[in-house]
Design a protein around this ligand. Structure first.
Ligand code: GRF
Length: 203
């Protein structure tokens, strides 16, 4: 089985990136993180990558006239790194067809809610404020919509009576760190087949 060469896009703390790095290093995920790109120069995800000896790049939106030109730069860096898979991990920008067309069927994202519920930002708080009894997280293939691509894996997380948005988010994050590496492993093992909106997982 071929190891995945993963390019990770991250805007924040990078705990999902760290989970992917750790499982790749442990050998439980047949992959190598070959590049970490952030739109934020101060993203702690960059520090995590540097500490793991992974090449990093900062690409700031203000330096580009359009979202497409921004993504064209991202594509160039990913292609130079040899990446064959792109993992959005706490990445706060919408990707354009420029990026999706360069990596068809190879761009994944983690969302901290049970899509299609609560797309977009602060999904954990949206769920908590709505009063759901169960929330969770979703790994999905990325399409041109907002958190709308075919779903690969989901994990449920019960909402407790004494939860606040941040305590719920922390429990969801624990599950994110489990299902994101697992989804990438299934991809590496060739066990994912997309049929329309469904992602079939062969055993
Ligand atoms: C996570 O809940 C992720 O799902 C969301 O941002 C949070 C932080 O992610 N997109 P990370 O620690 O930067 O991976």
């Amino acid at each position: 089985m071929q190891k995945l060469k993963i390019g990770v896009l991250a805007s924040g703390s990078g705990s999902n990136l760290q989970a992917i790095i750790d499982e790749a290093r442990a050998g439980t995920l047949p992959a190598e993180v070959v590049l970490v790109i952030s739109d934020k120069p101060d993203a702690y995800a960059l520090t995590r990558a540097e500490e793991a000896g992974i090449i990093t790049a900062v690409v700031e939106p203000k330096d580009f006239a359009t979202r497409e030109e921004y993504d064209a730069k991202i594509v160039k860096l990913l292609q130079l790194s040899g990446a064959d898979t792109v993992a959005l991990a706490g990445y706060l920008r919408i990707v354009t067809p420029t990026l999706l067309d360069a990596f068809p069927g190879r761009v994944l994202n983690i969302h901290p809610a049970l899509l299609p519920a609560f797309p977009g930002l602060h999904a954990q708080r949206q769920a908590w404020e709505h009063g759901v009894k169960v929330s969770g997280c979703t790994v999905h293939f990325v399409d041109a919509g907002l958190d709308s691509g075919p779903i690969i894996l989901q994990a449920p997380v019960p909402v407790l009576e004494d939860d606040e948005a941040d305590t719920l988010a922390a429990r969801i994050l624990e599950q994110e760190h489990i299902i994101y590496p697992l989804a990438l492993r299934l991809l590496a093992e060739g066990k994912l087949t997309v049929k329309g909106r469904r992602v079939l997982i062969s055993d």
